[in-house]
Design a protein around this ligand. Structure first.
Ligand SMILES: Cc1cc2nc3c(=O)[nH]c(=O)nc-3n(C[C@H](O)[C@H](O)[C@H](O)COP(=O)(O)O)c2cc1C
Length: 247
């Protein structure tokens, strides 16, 4: 049993949130990997080798990342059968103006509606203002937006608004939900064995032939993954069961 957090980030705040969610879920007995769609193509990811999926995206110019939308579309049938969660990261959600807060929530809900995706859980988290990472134009645009929203405008500093307690509570509750789903669908299973808890993701491989002597890969599995296979073992020819190195 494994879960994955698939996320899109621009300045890194969604990544920090995704990694915190993965850590908390892993600590709760649901080993969880992470996958950044802004660095790798989602096609490489073997989504079907996971038992629960969390998707997350930050909001930029009132849009969630189209690569997350694409990932939802590509895996729609699978996502309907699994425990799923979605989180949106924005600054509107902590604006001093009620209208902005409502809009941030509405944008998350309409994104899910447009993608015809009903996650088991969803949340909106506050992100960060990282002036140090913005170019000149973006810095001044963000300063102007921040001022309108009653937010921090000193461009010499970065500001983080994420409520980490809320992020951890979300991850903990979702991990408990995943446990409950597993119990309901497959009664009598042993408690989950936490193995290889810190790896980045399982990538799709079409090269696994499972014919080399001593190869422990399961040719039936889409990723060639087997219980014993480490992915970097010589018995796998280094071709199949690929997992990304631990952080
Ligand atoms: C160019 C730009 C546009 C943004 N547009 C919005 C927006 O339309 N609504 C909003 O609530 N937040 C907006 N934000 C705030 C981001 O959602 C916030 O900074 C978030 O932490 C970014 O997460 P990331 O670093 O994972 O991309 C914007 C930020 C930038 C830099």
């Amino acid at each position: 049993m494994r879960a994955i957090v698939i996320y899109a980030t621009c300045e890194g705040q969604t990544e920090r949130i995704a990694k915190r969610i993965a850590k908390v879920m892993t600590d709760q007995g649901v080993p969880t990997d992470t996958f950044d769609v802004t660095r790798r193509h989602v096609h490489e990811l073997a989504v079907d080798s996971y038992d629960a999926v969390v998707l997350g995206s930050s909001l930029h110019y009132a849009e969630h990342d189209p690569r997350i939308a694409w990932c939802i579309r590509e895996n729609r049938r699978l996502l309907r059968e699994l425990p799923t969660a979605f989180f949106s990261v924005s600054l509107g959600i902590i604006s001093e103006h009620y209208k902005d807060r409502v809009e941030a929530e509405w944008l998350a809900e309409s994104f899910l509606r447009d993608e015809d995706f009903v996650p088991s859980r969803h949340a909106c988290f506050a992100g960060a203002l990282r002036y140090s990472k913005y170019g000149w134009l973006k810095k001044h645009l963000m300063q102007w937006i921040a001022e309108k929203a009653g937010n921090k405008t000193n461009t010499d500093c970065d500001y983080e608004f994420t409520d980490w307690n809320a992020v951890e509570a979300f991850a903990e509750e979702f991990a408990n939900f995943v446990h409950r789903c597993r119990k309901e669908t497959r009664p009598g299973l042993k408690p989950i064995e936490v193995r290889k808890p810190y790896r980045e993701c399982v990538v799709r491989s079409t090269e696994c032939s499972a014919t080399s002597p001593g190869c422990t890969c399961d040719p039936e599995s889409p990723t060639g993954e087997s219980e014993e296979c480490s992915g970097d073992s010589a018995t796998c020819d280094g071709k199949c069961c690929q997992t990304l190195a631990s952080e």
